[in-house]
Unconditional design. Structure first.
Length: 117
């Protein structure tokens, strides 16, 4: 599932707070970003059409149908494929970028690698 940056803003509200009425999502995004209600409702409808969220009646309650971790994984894989020729080690090298990695960071990285299937 490919979500645009603007759609991710809608989803992020749901991932942080759980099921919410569309009007509450719109109010939060108006405060955070300055979007008007129509913009938010349009993005909610686009997310629903993609299967990322569902609309529950009564009350136009929105519920995320995909977990944030799934979207992060898909977006990361797309970045690796598109920019780093499918190579996760090239991504890691770019992230580290010649900087010194502390022993604690190395341990966390080794632990994450060890936990991979």
């Amino acid at each position: 599932m490919k979500l645009q940056d603007s759609e991710l803003k809608v989803m992020d509200v749901l991932w942080r707070q759980g099921d919410l009425p569309a009007r509450d999502i719109a109010a939060q995004l108006k405060t955070q970003i300055g979007w008007n209600v129509n913009t938010t409702y349009t993005l909610i409808k686009r997310c629903a059409a993609k299967g990322a969220l569902e609309r529950i009646e009564p009350g136009f309650i929105c519920r995320a149908l995909v977990p944030k971790e799934q979207v992060q994984q898909e977006e990361t894989q797309e970045l690796i494929d598109k920019v780093f020729d499918g190579s996760a080690d090239k991504l890691f090298a770019a992230l580290v970028g010649g900087r010194r990695v502390s022993p604690e960071q190395l341990k966390r990285l080794r632990d994450m690698i060890d936990e991979l299937p």
